[in-house]
Design a protein around this ligand. Structure first.
Ligand code: CA
Length: 296
């Protein structure tokens, strides 16, 4: 087996809101875990509460990091988070920088999601629309728990209000005051590459008409959803992946923020259906190579 992606510390993949490890046999990180494993990386796709605050999810992540370190004998781990998984990983690294060698944000709402802001304005928790949305999310989450085959731990708590608040611009601003590690000083800038011995990286994509809505994405309903969601963006109108804005995703060293990938393409969803010429798996492989070269 090739060892070109054999990073010093294991890679721990942290999913976003409504995330999972495997639904029946279907993986969240579609085609990504095998691509990394084939290069010799030790990879752990983990589960945290699909609907909860980044802090609660972060505490669950810390417990799992401890298990992975015990299991592998590794002294630290590299965290790679998609979407809210980025905030979850940032929390864990802020609390235990000695356990975390790097945090990588993949389409992470590190300054909030304008889609979450829109939903808060249009469907506040107390409104009928908000109550319906909350019921639908609870039902989806319950169904996903039934279908989950990749997670064998204790039942994970659900808090829909905390989950939503954790993703709004206002909610993330509060989070950022407490856990600012890796954030850029200026809007659209890069963050420090290292804080408390933890390396910080990010990448993200944007919707690009003629690219992201072509190719195999013509057959992917999640791309249509992203195009619809993108209409709720004001500050980063035309500069988002459907759920997260280009500059909102910045953390640490910005590897790229305008890949032609929507919010689901970036983890090779659904079923590897992505836009014309896009190759999201390659970004993970290149990143593992980058981490290995950095000695982590
Ligand atoms: Ca897609």
């Amino acid at each position: 087996m090739s060892q070109e992606l054999a990073t010093r510390y294991p890679l721990v993949l942290v999913p976003g809101m409504l995330g999972f490890v495997r639904l029946l046999l279907y993986p969240y990180w579609y085609g990504i875990v095998p691509a990394l494993s084939q290069g010799g990386a030790r990879v752990f796709a983990i589960q945290v509460s699909p609907l909860n605050s980044s802090e609660v999810r972060g505490e669950q992540l810390l417990a799992q990091i401890q298990q992975i370190m015990a299991q592998t004998g590794a002294a630290r781990v590299n965290l790679i988070g998609h979407s809210q998984g980025s905030l979850t990983a940032r929390y864990a690294a802020a609390k235990r920088p000695d356990w975390v060698a790097s945090v990588t944000s993949v389409a992470g709402p590190n300054h909030g999601s304008e889609l979450a802001d829109y939903l808060q304005r249009r469907s506040p928790a107390s409104s009928m629309r908000g109550r319906v949305l909350s019921l639908v999310l609870r039902a989806i989450s319950a169904l996903m728990t039934l279908l989950e085959t990749g997670y064998r731990g204790a039942k994970l708590p659900v808090d829909i209000h905390a989950s939503h608040h954790s993703l709004t611009t206002e909610g993330v601003a509060l989070f950022n005051q407490q856990y600012p590690q890796g954030l850029p000083q200026t809007w659209g800038g890069q963050g420090p590459e290292q804080v408390n011995g933890v390396r910080y990286y990010s990448w993200s994509g944007t919707l690009q008409p003629g690219k992201t809505d072509r190719g195999a994405n013509l057959f992917d309903g999640t791309n249509r959803s992203c195009r619809l969601f993108a209409r709720t963006f004001v500050r980063e109108a035309g500069q988002c992946d459907g759920m997260v804005g280009r500059y909102s995703s910045h953390l640490g060293q910005v590897i790229g923020d305008d890949y032609p990938l929507d919010h689901f393409d970036i983890i090779n969803q659904s079923l590897g259906l992505v836009g014309k010429g896009a190759d999201p798996v390659r970004l993970f492989v290149e990143h593992a190579r980058r981490l290995k070269a950095a000695g982590v």
